[in-house]
Each structure stands twice: as structure tokens, then as C-alpha cells.
Design a binder for this molecule. Structure first.
Ligand code: FAD
Length: 469
């Protein structure tokens, strides 16, 4: 067995692992199911990562303390997280931008879109694709080998030891250490249906079609310990006209807080103004998934439409609510009734989207508790919405060395995991924008360093795996 480290999956987590291992002197092969020009899975679609910092840095403003980050994580997960691994993730996030910068990744000032993340999140110049290209070039320069269109169907394991990685054509690869960075199973609608029922068949996949969970399934079938629940995931409301996979960021609809959202029966079903959009956008995929046929419609007027960044699809517009309903395939009279009832319940006065303005409807079920403004200025616009799944949380349990734990609690002897495939250790539910890339970067580096350490390769990297006590 000549190869030191085999990395399965060439996204952010895999590249961080591969680079760390090669820098420590290991021979490294990275394989990926995708063809070369589609390499990098969901990482291709990303824009930023969330990093702790005690003072302004060259890429982040102000400060974002460990305590604040930890509180944010506890709030969104409602405490459903492995606290030790969460602490490790947050603490190590402070090193990430400098580490990536030293390996060719460039950052830019925060985009001033709907999510307002300038203080907490570092934005990649050129987005996730540019990050991937920089990391791939750096890895290649250091001698990492890459193989594309190499899809793993299963792992050959014996008592927690992986002695073979089987590809679709039957070829078996082996290495002393194997790092699993093959993403979640969000593109496997059949598997999702086991948790979501038939509703999953109407989901759209925001990212790569390749994250189908074959490696995860093989691990779980052979005694790796499961973390997270089958139906926990990040899912947003996206334009129903988006393609089945890889629609990316441009299909997300951010106009929900500035209009109303109705289901197929023209009924409202949730408070569109519950909180600022960055704190609520990630629940709307699940909300739409709960509606008949997993479809909903955001309805706005000319004033509302001007308040957010539009999606890539042409808005569907009409001069009257009835005509709009016709174009959307909704019952015109029922839609009119819902809009009229909403308008009658709206307060007078302008809304202020920069604050939770308390401009609430009164007498509706459910109320819209902020930014309630009448839908009265034509043209009226509608966006059909579907649940867009970003990534799944059910994965394999790991320890603070990124080693995969087996059912008896012992770590595997040569298997590590990083990124989406183990994100559920930190994210039991909920989401904090930018933490997906942080989890992958932190655990990718740890996995690469630990694999090298176990092979007695000196590790020059600054990464340590000691969590904050
Ligand atoms: C539209 C969109 C926008 C996002 N924006 C952000 C953002 O701005 N910030 C953020 O933190 N997160 C964001 N995310 C989430 C983020 O993409 C992920 O958390 C992160 O990229 C995961 O990295 P990864 O390396 O674990 O997986 P990936 O980047 O998905 O890489 C997994 C790789 O494994 C390969 N693979 C899968 N199965 C196999 C197999 N059987 N054999 C071989 N190879 C296989 C895939 O081809 C893929 O290249 C976004 C996701 C989407 C879809």
C-alpha cells in the first residue's frame, strides 16, 4: 500500500485536508465523482465563511468574539450540538482566513445584499469557484494528485479499518489513511424521502448532483456511528423554476419579508416578518415543504419588489391581483380575498426594513409582525416557491481529531471525516450563514494533520486539536 492519504471529495473540506497532509510530507490522492470542470461540489456555490475575530482583520470588520459566535450557534441549534466540537470549530475558525490566504485564496469586502454579514463573514473574491481553483492549484503545485470522474460506490471495511475504496467500474483503491469529504446526501431524493416522505420528491437541490451519500451509506452500513436526524438539513425557499440541481445562489427568493406568502389554496401559513431575513431565510424551505404539493407563492407589489435583490428568474407580473393569480395558476377570487384581508389588517404608515419595525397586522392568523405594508401598488409580482435543499445534517460522528467513531465508541483506525458528511456533529438543527465552510475548513485541516501525524509525518501546520477547556 504505497499511498499515504486518499481523500474522497474535492470540495472545501477535501482540499483543506489534502493540502494539510501534503504539506506535512504525505503522498496524497484526491478523487471526485464529478468531471474536472464541475469539481468542488457545493463549495462551487459558496460566497463566504464565518470566522471568529477579536479585532478587525484585513478581511473582517470590528470583532466577533468566541462568546458571541457560540451564543449564535446555541440559539440556532437550540443546543443540539456537540459542545466540544462546536468550541473547536469556532476557535479554529479564527485561523482560517489567514491559512486560506497563504494558499492563494483572496477575499473581498462583504457584499451588501440581503444578509448583512460584513462583520461576521469573510467573502471570497470570485466566490467558491475562485477559492477552489486557488486551492486546487496550490495542492497540485505541492504534488497532490487528482482523479476526476472517480465515483466511490462503497468502502471495504473490516473492524473499523478501511482497506479498499471501490469505484463504479469496480476498481479498488487503497491508502494508509482515508479522509471522507464526499458531502451529504442532499441530491439523493429517494434517501431524503425516508425522512420526509413523498414531499422530498418535490424538492430542488441547490447544489451538486453528485452528493448522493454513497460513501456515507457505506460507512453507516458498516458500523460507523450516526449523528443527526434524517430530515435535518439546510433548506431555503427558491424559485420553483430553478433546475433540479445546481441552481445555486441566484435562485433564492429573498422577498418574503416584503410581501405575503400563500400556498396552493391561496392561504397564508406563516409570519413573513417574524425576524430579519438572515435569521429566517433558512426556515422557509422547511415551511414550503410542509404545504400541499410543496409549493408556495410570494406576492409583492411594486414597492415591495424594490426592497430586495431579485432572483435570476424573470418576475411574473400583472396589473391586477386577479391577473397575477391566473398567471401563477392560483384561484383568482381566493387570492383576492387573502390579499384584501391582509391589506385590511395592515397598519398605516411606512415600514423600515433596517429595523424590526413592529409594523404588524392585527386580527390575522398568522399575523405578519414586522414590515406589514399593504399590497396595493401595481404592477403586482409573484414568485412560485419550492423547497431548495442546500445540505443534509445526518452524517458520521467524529471526535476532536476528525476520526470517525464506530458504534462501540472507538475511533476507526484509518478513517477521518470533514465537511458536510460530519456537519451534523455541530449542526443538529438550524443554521448560521457561513458556518458550512467553516466546519469543512476546520475539520479538513484537522483530518489532514491527524492522518499525517499517525503516519509519523512531521506536521508544520499551526493547527492543533486542543479544544477550549
Ligand atoms: C447554493 C449554495 C450556496 C452556499 N453558500 C454557502 C456560503 O456562502 N457559505 C457557507 O459556509 N456554506 C455555503 N453553502 C454550503 C457549503 O456549500 C457546504 O457547507 C460546503 O461547501 C461543504 O463542503 P464539502 O467539502 O463538505 O462538500 P462539497 O463541496 O459538496 O464537496 C463534496 C465533493 O464530494 C464529491 N462526491 C460526492 N459523492 C462522491 C462519491 N461517491 N465519490 C466521489 N466523490 C464524491 C462531490 O462531487 C463533491 O465534489 C452553500 C451551499 C449551496 C448549495
Amino acid at each position: 500500500m504505497g499511498l499515504d492519504v486518499l481523500v474522497i471529495g474535492a470540495g472545501n473540506a477535501g482540499l483543506c485536508a489534502a493540502i494539510t497532509a501534503v504539506e506535512a510530507g504525505c503522498s496524497v490522492l484526491v478523487i471526485d465523482a464529478a468531471q474536472k470542470d464541475m469539481r468542488g461540489g457545493n463549495t462551487r456555490h459558496t460566497r463566504n465563511l464565518r470566522a471568529m475575530h477579536d479585532a478587525p482583520t484585513d478581511v473582517l470588520t470590528d470583532a466577533y468574539s468566541f462568546e458571541e459566535y457560540f451564543d449564535d450557534l446555541m440559539r440556532v441549534t437550540k443546543g443540539l450540538t456537540n459542545r466540544e466540537l462546536a468550541r473547536l470549530t469556532l476557535e479554529k475558525s479564527a485561523e482560517l482566513t489567514a491559512w486560506l490566504g497563504e494558499r492563494g485564496v483572496r477575499f473581498q469586502p462583504a457584499l451588501s445584499g440581503t444578509l448583512n454579514l460584513g462583520r461576521t463573514n469573510a467573502f471570497f473574491l470570485g466566490g467558491g469557484r475562485a477559492l477552489l481553483n486557488s486551492l486546487c492549484h496550490h495542492a497540485e503545485d505541492l504534488g497532490v494528485a487528482f482523479r476526476y470522474e472517480a465515483e466511490v460506490t462503497e468502502l471495504k471495511m473490516d473492524d473499523g479499518f478501511c482497506h479498499g475504496v471501490v469505484l463504479t467500474d469496480g476498481e479498488v483503491l487503497s491508502a494508509k489513511r482515508v479522509i471522507i469529504t464526499a458531502g451529504g446526501f442532499e441530491a439523493n431524493l429517494e434517501w431524503l424521502a425516508e425522512g420526509w416522505g413523498d414531499a422530498a420528491r418535490n424538492f430542488l437541490v441547490r447544489g451538486t448532483p453528485h452528493n448522493r451519500g454513497a460513501v456515507l451509506k457505506s460507512l453507516l452500513d458498516q458500523g460507523a456511528r450516526k449523528v443527526g436526524e434524517l430530515d435535518q438539513c439546510h433548506a431555503v425557499a427558491i424559485d420553483a423554476r430553478a433546475p433540479l440541481t445546481d441552481g445555486g445562489i441566484a435562485s433564492r427568493i429573498d422577498g418574503v419579508p416584503f410581501g405575503l406568502v400563500i400556498n396552493r389554496n391561496a392561504e397564508r401559513f406563516y409570519d413573513e416578518g417574524e425576524d430579519f431575513w438572515p435569521k429566517r431565510y433558512a426556515i422557509w424551505g422547511r415551511l414550503v415543504a410542509g404545504q400541499p404539493d410543496q409549493v408556495a407563492y410570494a406576492i409583492l407589489d411594486a414597492e415591495g419588489v424594490s426592497r430586495f435583490m431579485p432572483s435570476v428568474f424573470t418576475p411574473i407580473s400583472a396589473d391586477t391581483i386577479e391577473d397575477l393569480a391566473d398567471k401563477l395558476g392560483l384561484d383568482a377570487a381566493a387570492t383576492r380575498r387573502t390579499v384584501d384581508a391582509f391589506n385590511a389588517a395592515c397598519p398605516d404608515g411606512p415600514i423600515d426594513q433596517s429595523i424590526l419595525d413592529g409594523q404588524s397586522t392585527s386580527g390575522l392568523t398568522p399575523e405578519k409582525t414586522n414590515w406589514a405594508a399593504r399590497i396595493e401598488t401595481p404592477p403586482f409580482t409573484g414568485y412560485p416557491l419550492r423547497p431548495g435543499i442546500t445540505f443534509t445534517y445526518m452524517g458520521v460522528e467524529v471526535n476532536d481529531r476528525a476520526e470517525i467513531l464506530m458504534e462501540d465508541g472507538r475511533p476507526s483506525r484509518n478513517l477521518y471525516a470533514a465537511g458536510e458528511v460530519m456537519a451534523g456533529n455541530v449542526l443538529g438543527q438550524g443554521y448560521l450563514a457561513g458556518i458550512g465552510m467553516t466546519i469543512g475548513g476546520v475539520f479538513g485541516r484537522i483530518a489532514g494533520a491527524e492522518a499525517a501525524l499517525r503516519l509519523n509525518r512531521p506536521n508544520n501546520s499551526t493547527v492543533t486539536t486542543k479544544a477550549r477547556a
